[in-house]
Design a binder for this molecule. Sequence first.
Ligand code: UDP
Length: 245
Amino acid sequence: MQYRRILLKLSGEALMGQREFGLDTSTIDRIADEIKGVLSVGVQISLVIGGGNIFRGVEAASRGLERGTADYMGMLATVINALAVQGLLERRGVQTRVQSAIPMSTVCEPYIRRRAIRHMEKGRVVIFAAGTGNPYFTTDTAAALRAVEIGCDALFKGTQVDGVYSADPHKESNAIRYKSLTYHDVLTQNLQVMDASAISLCRENRIPILVFSIHNSGEFASVVVGEGRYTIICGEEERNVGTGS
Ligand code: UDP
C-alpha cells in the first residue's frame, strides 16, 4: 500500500451536482460510496470540504459585508457540508467524526489533533470543518495544514476534471494536461490548483498532492493505488518516482 493515511479535499462545488447552489444528495451519495471503497482497502481517510456551494467570503465582502464576518459565514458553510457528508457516510455504516476549527460543542467535536489521529487509527473518517478557523484563509490551506498536522502521506484533491491543465479544458480545447508537476511549477506558472499557501505548506513538508476527478466513478480508489488518471504535484526528487497518468 502506497498511502497509509490520506486527506481528501473536496470543494463545496463538488457537492452541488447539476444544481446552481447548495447540496445534491445523490451526488454526495456517490462520493460517500467512493470514500467507503477506499476505506475498505485499509487506508485511513480524513476530509476537508469547502463551502463555496453555500457561501464565499470574498464575494460577500465585495458586496458590502465586512470581510472578517463574511469569512466566518463561509467557515460555517463548511460545517453544513461536513454534516451532510457525515450523514450520508454513516448511512453506509462508515463511522465518522466531524471536528470543527470553530468549537460548537452541541454539533460536533472541536479540532484536537491527537484525537483526530486516534479516530483514524480506529478506522473512522474524520471530517475537518470550519477551515483553519481564521478569516483570510481558504479550505485548501486548511487541507494542507491538517494533512501536515496529522501526518498524512498525501493530499488528494478531487476536482471537476481529471488533473491539472495548462488552461481550463472546458473553455480551451487545446489545453494540455500534465502528468506531474513540481510545487515550483505550480507556483511560478500560477496554475490554479490550490492557493499558494497550501502549495507552500505541502512543499515544506514534502506532501505530494494528487489531483483527480471526483466525478469519475471508481477513480478515487484507482488513484490511491497509483492507477487511474491524475496529476501528481511533488518535489523535483520525488518526481521521477511517481508520475501521474
Ligand atoms: N474560509 C475562511 N477561512 C478558512 C477556510 C474558509 O475564512 O480557513 C471561508 C472563506 O470565506 C471561503 C469560505 O470559507 O470563501 C469557503 O471556503 P472555500 O472558498 O475554501 O471553499 P471551496 O472553494 O473549497 O468550496
